[in-house]
Write a new protein. Structure first.
Lengths: 244, 244
C-alpha cells in the first residue's frame, strides 16, 4: 500500500502504531527492532539526529523513508515532532515466574504510560490489563511511558476470572480504599510471586475483590478522597520492591 | 465590566482563574468562599446539580450567573463542562512551623496538580515554587489537583537563595539521581521541619544542591532513566510521612 494511504492518524483498529520523536523512536528500535516497519523522517529534522537514526536503522536493517513531510504532518500530534517510528503491533504472554501488576479497566492513557515506566523501574515488568481499558499501543501511552512500554510483557484479559485462573499460584493483593492491611506494615510471608491489583481511576475495585486475597490500603489523611491511580500503583511497586 | 468581556479564555496575566465542572467548583466554594467572584451556569446543567450549586452559593453569599451559555462555551476546555467557578487569585505565605515541598522550575501542569493532591494527602500542605515555573492557578493544575490546590499554602520565589534564607531553620533534603542516601533507609535524626527539594522534569537539580543538605535518591533499576517528577515527589512525601 502506498505510504500516504497506510499511515493515517492513529486509531486503535490499526495493526500498527507510532512512536513520536527521536528519543521514543530510538527506544523502540533498541527494544523491539523486529517490530519496526520503518522510520519516517521529516526534512526539518536536524542533521545530527538524522545521522544518528540512519546509523541505528542501518545496523538493524530498518527502512528509513524521507520525502514524507505531508504524512508526518498528518500523523504527528505536535509540530515539533519530526520523526515517527512505525511499529507493528504484537502479542505477548505474561511470565508465570514473575510478579505482576493487574489493572482493572484503566482509562487514562497518561496514567497507563506512567504506571508502566514506574513499575519497570521498580522491577515489575509484567502487566495484566482487564478490558475495557485504554489502548497500550496508543502513541500517548508510548510517550508517557518514555519507551518503557517496549520493555514490558503485557496482555489484555476480558475479565479478572480468566487472569486469576491462569495465575492461580500467584498471591493476590487487591488495593482498596477500605483495604484490611496498611501497605507500610504489610509483610510478605508468602514466597510465591504476587499480583498487585488496582481498580480504575474513578471507581476503584468493587467490594468482591476483598475476597480474592489480602486487601491493602495506602494510608493518607482525609483532606483528599483518594490518590491518583498512577501514584497509588507507583507507591505500591516501590514498597513491594523493598519488601522482597 | 460586562460579563462577556471580563470572562475570556484563561491566561496567566488575568487576576482571576476558573474551576471547570461541578465538583471542582464545589471544592472551590467550600475551601475558599471569599475568593469566589461568581459561578457561571450553563442551561444544559442538569437540575440536581443546579439545585446543589444554588444552595451552596446562597449560603456563602456568592452570585450565580445564568444566561451565560456563550461565555461558558468560550472559556471551558471540554464540551461536558457546564459550570465554571470564577476565582479571584490570591497570595499566600508559607508557614514556618511546617514541612515544605520545594519545586525548582516545574513545567508540567498535570504534574503540578498531582503533586499538590498527593502531598496534601500525605500531610505536606506548604509548597514553594521557584520560577520560572508552571502557573498554579491554571485551570489544568486546578483540575489535576482535584481541588487540593485550594487547601494548600503556596508561594513563588524568584530564586532558591531567597527561599533558603527565609526558612533557614528548615532541614533541606535535595532529591538527586546521584544523591548520597537511599530514601528507604534515610533517618530523620533532626526534629526540625524539613524541606523536600526537587528539580524540574527534564534536568533535575544541578549539582550545587548537594551542598545545601543531605541529598537523597530513590532507588530504582537502570531499565528507566528516572522516575516521573510527580511520582518521585509522591513517593518521597509518602515515605517521609511515615518517618515522622
Amino acid at each position: 500500500m502506498a505510504t500516504d494511504k497506510r499511515y493515517k492518524k492513529y486509531n486503535r483498529k490499526m495493526s500498527h502504531s507510532y512512536s513520536y520523536g527521536t528519543f521514543a523512536t530510538i527506544d523502540l528500535i533498541k527494544s523491539k527492532p523486529a517490530q519496526v516497519e520503518c522510520v519516517l523522517i521529516h526534512d526539518k529534522l536536524d542533521s545530527s539526529n538524522q545521522d544518528r537514526l540512519k546509523e541505528l536503522c542501518k545496523s538493524n536493517n530498518i527502512e528509513i523513508k524521507t520525502n514524507v513531510n505531508k504524512v508526518i504532518e498528518r500523523v504527528r500530534d505536535k509540530e515539533s515532532c519530526n520523526v515517527i517510528g512505525v511499529l507493528k503491533k504484537y502479542d505477548l504472554e505474561l511470565e508465570h515466574v514473575s510478579n505482576h501488576i493487574v489493572l482493572v479497566n484503566p482509562s487514562d492513557m497518561g496514567n497507563l504510560g506512567t504506571i508502566i515506566r514506574t513499575c519497570l523501574g521498580f522491577g515489575i515488568s509484567n502487566i495484566a490489563i482487564i478490558t475495557p481499558a485504554a489502548d497500550i499501543f496508543h502513541p500517548k501511552v508510548i510517550r508517557a511511558s518514555m519507551g518503557a512500554v517496549f520493555q514490558v510483557q503485557f496482555k489484555y484479559y476480558s475479565d479478572f476470572e480468566t487472569y486469576k485462573n491462569t495465575f492461580i499460584n500467584h498471591v493476590f493483593y487487591p488495593f482498596m480504599l477500605d483495604g484490611g492491611i496498611d501497605l507500610k506494615t504489610a509483610k510478605l510471608e508468602d514466597a510465591r510471586n504476587y499480583s498487585l491489583i488496582f481498580g480504575n481511576e474513578s471507581s476503584g475495585l468493587d467490594p468482591s475483590y476483598s475476597n480474592i486475597g489480602t486487601s491493602i490500603f495506602i494510608r493518607h489523611n482525609h483532606r483528599i478522597d483518594s490518590l491518583n491511580l498512577a501514584m497509588a500503583v507507583g507507591i505500591a511497586a516501590y514498597e513491594f520492591n523493598h519488601k522482597q
